[in-house]
Design a binder for this molecule. Structure first.
Ligand code: PLP
Length: 359
């Protein structure tokens, strides 16, 4: 297997894929694949419950939070969050630190909800997140939404905002990268396809007391309360993605040793790549040191004409998906949990070699 730096769908741990392959045709002697099981069968219900229990353990999720396994991606949460939290009125407040946060605000607005920008990194060109002191919520704020890690810009919050309204966070690209104090949040959501599992599954953690804030006219599939009551099985859930997410949680627990251990590895991977970029004359990253993402490392080459050869040679060296997002160009190395440290070492060696030859 090559080293995959894709921003999403992202690399999965090889050990997880191997286990899935072993269990693919005949799951635990049942004579069928997980893909072919009824979601209501005792076998699948056990898989689903184990996945939730492992996730609760990994993130130390308090009892008063529901864990929902949904579809529609993180993008559907841009609409579901206001539909579920603004039933009693009030304004959705947003911190704007990049493309995903902007989309979240736009979706709430599109549905006719009142929105307010409570902080922005726009003036810095999205290189520095607003500080706690700079946050200015509207007086009728129902919640504050922010994006923990902006996947495209490579901009990550270095603090959890301290506000008097429920905090809603899009954790799509950094959940499970380190321990997290879930009790600080009203809602956390994440598309699975970075640190959780394959695309097609979306994770939502919601605090119990927020379950009765929904708008009256809400489709039952979008209704957190209805989904929670049905154990995330209002309709057929993405069973295979759920199963694979469960294998990833097992891998984090048993192979990695939990989120503290994962955080140590992630910090090391990011630190060495940023150090390589900072010490080079060819590569650069503009983000303020305190807000540099540990998951997504964007960088540009001093001479744009070298982009194509850089990518072609990287691919030849087995280093895949280093092209930056189409909206910003340049390069981006995503260093999610499943990207091994050896991948980062190989990338750094390649970058140094390329600079020596072409820089
Ligand atoms: N939010 C963040 C931070 C993301 O990185 C992404 C996708 O890359 C999304 C939202 C959109 O996720 P989805 O494609 O699951 O809707």
């Amino acid at each position: 297997r090559h080293y995959n730096f894709c921003a999403g769908p992202a690399a999965l741990p090889t050990a997880v894929l191997e286990r899935a392959r072993e269990e693919m045709l005949d799951y635990h002697g049942r004579g069928l694949s997980v893909m072919e099981m009824s979601h209501r069968s005792p076998e699948f219900v056990a898989i689903a419950e184990q996945a939730e229990a492992d996730l609760r353990e990994l993130l130390a999720i308090p009892e008063n939070y529901k864990v929902l396994f949904l579809q529609g991606g993180a993008s559907l949460q841009f609409s579901m969050v206001p539909m579920n939290l603004l039933g009693q009125g009030g304004t959705a407040n947003f911190l704007y630190t990049g493309i995903w946060g902007k989309k979240a605000l736009a979706e709430a607005k599109q549905l006719g909800f009142a929105v307010h920008m409570a902080g922005s990194s726009e003036a810095s060109g999205h290189t520095e997140v607003p500080t706690q002191a700079e946050l200015a919520l509207s007086s009728d704020a129902a919640y504050l939404h922010y994006t923990a890690n902006e996947t495209i810009g490579g901009l990550e919050f270095d603090y959890i905002p301290d506000v008097s309204v429920p905090l809603v966070c899009d954790y799509s690209s950094s959940i499970l990268a380190e321990p997290l104090d879930v009790s600080r949040f009203g809602v956390i959501y994440a598309g699975a396809q970075k640190n959780i599992g394959p695309a097609g599954l979306t994770l939502v953690l919601v605090r119990d007391d927020l379950l009765d804030q929904r708008c009256q006219r809400i489709p039952s599939l979008f209704d957190y309360q209805a989904v929670a009551e049905a154990g995330s099985m209002v309709n057929t859930p993405p069973t295979y993605a759920w199963y694979l997410a469960g294998l990833v949680f097992q891998w984090l627990k048993h192979d990695i040793g939990g989120l503290e251990a994962m955080a140590t590895i992630n910090a090391r991977k990011a630190a060495k790549l940023y150090a390589a970029i900072d010490s080079s004359g060819l590569y650069s990253n503009p983000i303020a040191l305190r807000n540099r993402s540990r998951m997504n490392v964007p960088f540009v080459l001093a001479d744009e004409r070298l982009d194509k050869p850089f990518l072609a040679e990287a691919e030849e060296a087995g280093l895949l998906n280093l092209k930056g997002h189409r909206s910003v160009g340049g390069m981006r190395a995503s260093l999610y949990n499943a990207v091994p440290e050896a991948a980062v070492d190989t990338l750094i060696d390649f970058m140094a070699d390329f600079e020596q030859r072409r820089g």
